[in-house]
Design a protein around this ligand. Structure first.
Ligand code: NDP
Length: 273
């Protein structure tokens, strides 16, 4: 019987994870099956238990269960510990081990696929939710000149700064504190685009930016990317590369072999038009 993996979330109607991991398995000649499990809002822990009893070896976890996945784990890797959330689990000798590859995926996409260094750059990240918490450590480990975190609920931005301040230079605040655009890379880690909304920014934030990165994916030009385009930012990207890179990192963690990501990104990219 093949080893079994799954993605847990709700809703999961459009999840690409089974396709991505199926292709990774073919590419690396790994015998595994990967399924989607849409757990009910209060039923994640029970679903995960049933999956383990069925012989599940590991799982990806997406909204809204990342914090619960972290809480259920007996062992937590540093990135998950600091994010307070987990998007990947491994089951080993009856233990649940929690990891968080969201930020790893983001940084790999920016550096390797978009050929944009983070070292020495001034990075602005909009949002302080789950994805931003997962992104902060890998961004700081990449050695930016500074990381500015801006959030609608300002206290959450400050909390993030406090949590990660020992890893690098972080500035935090609300949109009213956002002055002139002294940023090389602007990352939209808010969920505004999922509702077709724009965080309260103006073209000024893009004044010096060479890259505008939207974490949401598959939506074409979001309001954030449209504003960046109008501001003549050289490079626009959505989160499809991040999705594939975090999947590859989880796959390597489970299977000990890293799949190539380029062909998969090409396959599932939706043009930014
Ligand atoms: P959360 O719900 O945890 O956080 C949402 C964040 O967006 C909060 O900071 C919230 O601010 C902010 N926000 C929401 N609406 C607005 C608005 N209109 N204006 C300004 N700020 C707003 O979501 P996640 O962190 O899990 O997800 C964020 C984004 O990242 C989503 O688009 C998601 O699809 C994407 N994502 C992409 C991944 C990938 O692999 N490409 C992986 C994970 C996430 P406040 O705190 O004030 O409410």
């Amino acid at each position: 019987m093949n080893d079994l993996y799954a993605v847990f979330g709700n809703p999961l109607g459009h999840t690409k994870s089974p396709f991505i991991h199926g292709e990774f398995a073919r590419q690396t000649a790994q015998n595994l099956d990967y399924i989607a499990i849409e757990a009910s809002p209060g039923g994640f822990a029970a679903s995960l238990d049933a999956f383990k009893i069925l012989g599940g070896k590991g799982a990806n976890v997406t909204a809204p269960f990342k914090v619960e996945a972290f809480a259920l784990a007996g062992d937590r890797c540093q990135r998950a510990e600091l994010a307070g959330a987990s998007n990947a689990l491994k089951f080993e000798d009856g233990r649940i081990i929690a990891e968080n590859f969201d930020g790893v995926g983001l940084v790999a996409d920016i550096r390797e696929n978009l050929c944009t260094p983070l070292r020495g750059r001034r990075v602005l990240m909009l949002g302080a939710g789950g994805a931003a918490r997962g992104a902060a450590l890998p961004i700081l480990e990449a050695g930016p000149a500074s990381l500015t975190i801006i959030n609608r609920t300002v206290a959450k931005a400050h909390a993030l700064r406090e949590r990660f301040s020992s890893f690098g230079d972080i500035v935090s605040g609300g949109y009213a504190d956002l002055g002139a655009g002294d940023f090389d890379i602007v990352i939209n880690a808010t969920s505004a685009s999922l509702r077709g909304e724009l965080p309260p920014i103006t073209e000024r934030v893009f004044a010096r930016a060479g890259l505008a990165y939207e974490l949401a994916y598959g939506k074409g030009l979001t309001p954030f990317l449209k504003l960046a385009k109008r501001s003549s930012v050289d490079r626009l990207a959505d989160g499809v590369g991040m999705l594939v890179e975090q999947a590859a990192a989880a796959f390597a963690w489970w299977r000990g072999i890293r799949p190539a990501t380029g062909p998969m990104i090409e396959k599932i990219t939706v043009p930014l038009i």
